[in-house]
Design a protein around this ligand. Structure first.
Ligand SMILES: [Ca+2]
Length: 366
């Protein structure tokens, strides 16, 4: 009450700007546990983290943001237009052209297509243009200590961030990212940065915040480490051939059937392609502009969900990658295109101008 009255009278001092207020977690037992562990592990000197956390503040905006992620509340028809814009494709092509040699090297090194790497950068940060405005240490402490549904996850990421800051000489008080603490061009969480980032330009640092070369290599390495299968299909639009399909539709983030099992329930690939009947797959339904869209999602599709645990995210990233692949090839064929006004791309997932939605290279014999 006293605090709210003070806020009423001196409201200008009570605007929630996390960088100004501080020390919100100093009395938390859980923070003591984190600090003592990092001191025991000799990552931080005694007292160093007390000084740091005297500046760390609860970020109420983070708690609001995590309660309404776009992936959890939107249907596909509303989610898709956020990412599938002419502007995002054109900027992706420009980014790809600027870093063509590095992207080709990442493709060769890790077996992940260049368009997939560029699409992830486009969906995550518009190719580095928006790396996030939340101070990471505030965000992770807020979620790790004051967001019970996922506190253990974020408390671990807070510890990882504090170790990462030491390893990479980041100033924890001036490192910014998403409301969930994801950082840099590829929006890696601290544990992913520590475990899967690579020094792709060989300068001795794994810098995802200011170095697009390291970001490109790190995304490709992340995909490879999570099971990307080079040359295998990602996802294919399905058509209905009989009415038993409801029982096979799948919402979890992994394959649960084979193409053959799904076909028996009434869904088969719509476009011609080389598919193994025994290929692990799931049938998914998305709510599109014209009602239900049915898709056959393969192992590689669920690798994309390792980046962000959402079917909509994976579909947006994949569709953007397909658009990028076509637009990049066109740009190589005829450079110096005039800029077009921003507009949402047509909803059809694969127009006749596009290559087949799924082009598995040399599928092995069944
Ligand atoms: Ca580097």
């Amino acid at each position: 009450m006293l605090k709210s009255l003070l806020c009423f009278f001196i409201s200008s001092l009570c605007v929630p700007t996390p960088a100004q207020a501080g020390g919100d977690f100093m009395a938390y037992e859980e923070l003591r546990g984190v600090i003592e562990q990092l001191e025991r592990d000799k990552v931080y000197a005694p007292g160093e983290l007390d000084t740091l956390f005297a500046e760390v503040a609860r970020d109420e905006g983070v708690l609001k943001a995590i309660a309404r992620p776009a992936e959890g509340t939107k249907e596909w028809r509303d989610y898709r237009p956020i990412f599938m814009t002419q502007e995002r494709v054109q900027k992706g092509v420009a980014f790809w052209q600027q870093h063509a040699a590095v992207i080709a090297r990442a493709e060769q090194t890790y077996g992940v297509p260049g368009e997939m790497i560029v699409a992830i950068l486009g969906v995550e940060t518009r190719y580095g243009a928006n790396k996030g405005r939340n101070r990471v240490v505030d965000a992770l402490a807020t979620l790790g200590f004051d967001y019970p549904p996922r506190a253990p996850f974020f408390r671990k990421e807070l510890r990882e961030f504090l170790v990462l800051a030491k390893e990479n000489k980041l100033d924890p008080l001036s490192t910014y990212g998403s409301y969930a603490g994801a950082m840099g061009y590829p929006q890696f969480m601290p544990s992913s940065w520590r475990n899967l980032a690579v020094d792709f330009d060989g300068d001795g640092r794994r810098d995802l915040i200011d170095n697009p070369v390291d970001a490109i290599g790190s995304i490709a390495n992340y995909f490879k480490a999570n099971g990307w299968k080079t040359g295998e299909p990602v996802v294919a639009r399905a058509q209905i051939i009989n009415q038993d399909y409801d029982s096979i539709l799948h919402k979890d983030l992994g394959t649960n059937s084979t193409l053959e099992q799904i076909a028996r329930k009434g869904l088969v690939p719509r476009e011609p392609g080389t598919y193994l009947a025994s290929a692990p797959a799931s049938a998914i339904r998305l709510q599109g502009d014209n009602g239900g869209e049915f898709w056959l999602a393969f192992t590689n599709f669920y690798v994309i969900t390792k980046y962000n645990r959402s079917l909509l995210y994976a579909m947006a990233a994949w569709q953007l990658s397909e658009e990028l692949k076509v637009a990049y090839a066109q740009a190589l064929a005829q450079p110096a295109q005039p800029a077009l006004p921003d507009a949402t791309l047509p909803a059809a997932p694969a127009t006749p101008a596009l290559p087949p939605a799924v082009t598995p290279a040399a599928a092995p014999a069944a």
